[in-house]
Design a protein around this ligand. Structure first.
Ligand SMILES: [Zn+2]
Length: 138
């Protein structure tokens, strides 16, 4: 079940990235990818499954009192990642976008993961039948 909007707003703080220790070995993507949740692999391969979490609401400029920004929060139905968008009013051009990723979605020390790496891991799990077991377990 998706969290309620009030919980999402309270959770809006974006976690700072952990800095890699200077002497720590670089994470191995071929090892790390094997520990990713099924839903996280699907979101990385297909993109997130966005759904509304809040309505799009206007925000007033404190000086002019006119609504100059509209905001909305989306939530991924699969992994729980949240996306915060701000649009200029009245043009509705995107002016800001940020994310609060689900726990364990990001891999410290590793940036974006290429789609071919993700698909290879999905294939490996389907081939050894662990993919369906993960679905049954969730
Ligand atoms: Zn997702």
């Amino acid at each position: 079940m998706a969290p309620t909007p009030s919980k999402l707003i309270a959770k809006k703080v974006v976690k700072p990235r952990k800095k890699k220790e200077p002497d720590a070995p670089a994470p191995d993507i071929d090892v790390e990818i094997r520990h990713r949740k099924r839903s996280h692999l699907m979101c990385r391969d297909f993109s997130h499954a966005w759904e509304w979490s809040t309505d799009m609401v206007g925000r007033r400029d404190p000086e002019t009192k006119s609504i100059n920004v509209a905001t909305r929060v989306l939530v991924c139905l699969r992994c729980g990642t949240e996306r915060y968008d701000e649009f200029a009013v009245p043009s509705f051009v995107l002016i800001s976008r940020s994310y609060s990723y689900a726990d364990d979605y990001l891999i410290p020390g590793i940036g974006a993961i290429k789609g071919d790496v993700v698909r290879a891991e999905i294939y490996r799990r389907m081939k050894n039948k662990s993919w369906d077991k993960e679905r049954d377990a969730s």
